[in-house]
Write a protein that binds this ligand. Structure first.
Ligand SMILES: Cc1cc2nc3c(=O)[nH]c(=O)nc-3n(C[C@H](O)[C@H](O)[C@H](O)COP(=O)(O)O)c2cc1C
Length: 97
């Protein structure tokens, strides 16, 4: 997945950008969502941004058909662990609702 608008290299600008993209659910991606049809287990491993996944990941997840898949979440983080990401997956992955 390639973000359409790269995040700033300046940390403070970057965290503001991440917050705004999450608040407005506005995070386009450049490429098509991946075709996962031949996989049974899907690992979703975003970095934690503001206790959530980067909004670009939400953009991708909303467009994938996870019917019949096993989802295993993991993250990279600086203390939040999985944070709110399992809840986000439940919210945005239609089949888990
Ligand atoms: C915008 C932004 C928000 C972040 N928010 C959190 C957070 O809420 N909790 C946390 O543990 N780490 C947070 N971090 C740290 C990132 O999770 C960490 O830098 C990332 O997992 C490292 O992976 P990377 O090298 O691929 O960026 C944040 C980092 C950024 C840039």
């Amino acid at each position: 997945m390639i973000v359409k608008i790269p995040y700033s290299k300046d940390y403070h600008t970057c965290i503001t950008e991440a917050r705004e993209r999450q608040a407005h659910h506005d995070a386009p991606i450049l490429n098509d969502v991946p075709n996962l049809s031949k996989y049974e287990v899907i690992y979703i491993g975003p970095p934690v941004y503001w206790n959530n996944m980067p909004e670009e990941m939400v953009t991708v997840l909303k467009d994938i058909d996870f019917t019949g898949k096993v989802i295993r979440p993991f993250t990279t983080h600086e203390g939040s662990g999985l944070g709110n990401i399992p809840n986000q997956i439940k919210k945005y992955v239609e089949v888990l609702k």
